[in-house]
Design a protein around this ligand. Structure first.
Ligand SMILES: [Zn+2]
Length: 129
């Protein structure tokens, strides 16, 4: 079953917090739909200005998907899913998200996600040495 809904408060707050931290105007969630399935999905469109989310039953996955779309919103149009995009995306998952869920869903989604996280963790580890 598919239900068109209002944007949940946690999502509005997350968008406001992330965009404020990155010095950007809050992204606009133009559509938030709920479905009776586990996984969530999202799209960032109209030159990265608008975000559409379909929320499944796993709340942590919905958060992960929203952060992924916010990483698109905060990235230049040409980045798509390049390594710099994934680095930004992991920064968002680490600071604002649920890392085990993000690792599970993003690794299943794109192989470059793995490489970007490995590099980010390696760079962090060497900065702490
Ligand atoms: Zn994406």
């Amino acid at each position: 079953m598919k239900t068109r809904g209002t944007v949940p408060e946690w999502a509005t707050e997350l968008v406001a917090r992330v965009c404020k931290d990155y010095g950007r105007r809050p992204a606009v969630i133009t559509s938030w739909t709920r479905k009776d399935r586990t996984y969530s999905s999202g799209v960032t469109w109209d030159r990265r200005r608008n975000i559409t989310i379909v929320e499944g039953t796993d709340a942590l996955e919905a958060r992960t998907v929203l952060l992924h779309e916010l990483a698109h919103y905060l990235s230049p149009v040409g980045w798509d899913h390049n390594l710099r995009f994934w680095t930004r995306c992991w920064e968002l998952h680490i600071v604002y998200g649920h890392l085990p869920t993000a690792i599970r869903t993003e690794f299943a989604y794109k192989a470059k996600a793995q490489l970007a996280l490995v590099r980010l963790v390696a760079a962090y580890a060497s900065s702490q040495a």
